[in-house]
Design a protein. Structure first.
Length: 327
């Protein structure tokens, strides 16, 4: 039985700037299955949030989705009308925003804000919407009687829990969590992530977890997609990425991450910065920072391909991988 909820095929999103076209996302492909968490990881500026906004059709001018397909339960969202999208968002796919502090309206109670999503998308009496809101609040660990409270009465972690309750309001099959723990302290981050994992297991949700926090993503994801400069450079099961990364950028990310289980491990930073994507010429976009780059990397883009079952990458080194990455 096909359990794929989201399928993204060769998605490209460009931005028009005064200096030319910025290829913020280019030829991105991946899938997310029911009951699976996909971690989308990469440095700031690599296009992770643009992928999420493109999937949800939230890209505004001067940005534009220029090509690709985005299938949610076999419906191509890029061809959907606004009316169809209004029925799909919240009810089939929803998002946990980056900052609940900005997402919540300070003049409405948190209960009314959760109810609003239900009442806008489902024809139910207000009393039924309130009853579901109380269930959702308890589900995310908030006393149901706090539904009358206002955002300023909640801590950052509690606000984030409310945002999660809002994302679950219409029983979607998939949730996109876009840097949803940014700005929270470490303890609260771990609690929110544990809550997302618990809800995913209980509700058999498909989840796309966007973050630059590699250890956190590794801790709860089933698969990981590594994104660099607008492209997916590696996509595989979490264990494969963690134990045997195939792309030099993936390996560099692992080496730049502290390992609490191995405190003697040397942490090595990645030199340089993500390239400017305006009018970028064909090349491997990581070549200026890659210790293994050679002439072909500077003039040709490597193709994203399956190098072993379920493990995809885009690197010319695959032709001589074992020797090239032996150091």
């Amino acid at each position: 039985m096909n359990r794929t909820v989201l399928s993204v095929e060769n998605l490209s999103t460009y931005y028009k700037t005064d200096k030319g076209i910025s290829r913020a996302v280019e030829n991105v492909s991946f899938t997310v299955d029911k009951g699976e968490i996909l971690g989308l990881i990469g440095e700031s500026g690599c296009g992770k949030s643009t992928v999420a906004q493109s999937i949800l059709r939230l890209i505004e001018y001067p940005g534009k989705v220029v090509s690709g397909k985005v299938f949610l339960n076999k419906k191509n969202l890029l061809h959907a009308t606004e009316s169809e999208l209004n029925n799909i968002r919240w009810k089939e796919i929803s998002v946990i925003p980056q900052s609940a502090m900005n997402a919540l309206n300070p003049v409405y109670s948190i209960g009314n804000q959760v109810m609003e999503a239900i009442l806008l998308h489902e024809r139910v009496p207000r009393k039924d919407a309130l009853a579901r809101t109380k269930i959702l609040l308890e589900l995310v660990g908030i006393d149901k009687e706090r539904w009358k409270s206002y955002p300023h009465e909640f801590s950052g972690g509690m606000k984030q829990r409310v945002a999660i309750a809002m994302a679950l309001a219409c029983n979607p099959q998939m949730i996109i969590s876009d840097e949803s723990t940014t700005g929270l302290d470490v303890l609260t981050q771990s609690q929110v992530i544990a809550l997302i994992k618990d809800l995913q297991l209980k509700m058999d949700l498909a989840v796309m977890l966007i973050s630059h926090d590699l250890p956190m993503v590794i801790s709860i994801s089933d698969k990981i997609a590594i994104m660099y400069a607008g492209k997916i450079v590696e996509w595989a099961a979490t264990e494969d990425i963690m134990n045997a990364p195939r792309h030099p950028y993936s390996k560099a990310l692992m080496n730049a991450t502290p390992d609490l289980a191995n405190p003697e491990k040397r942490v090595v930073s990645i030199p340089g910065t993500v390239p400017n994507l305006v009018n970028i010429e064909p090349c491997c976009r990581f070549h200026t920072r890659c210790p293994y780059a050679f002439d072909r990397c500077r003039v040709e883009e490597p193709q994203f391909k399956e190098v072993k079952t379920g493990h995809f990458t885009a690197c010319f080194l695959e032709e001589d991988y074992d020797n090239a990455l032996a150091t």
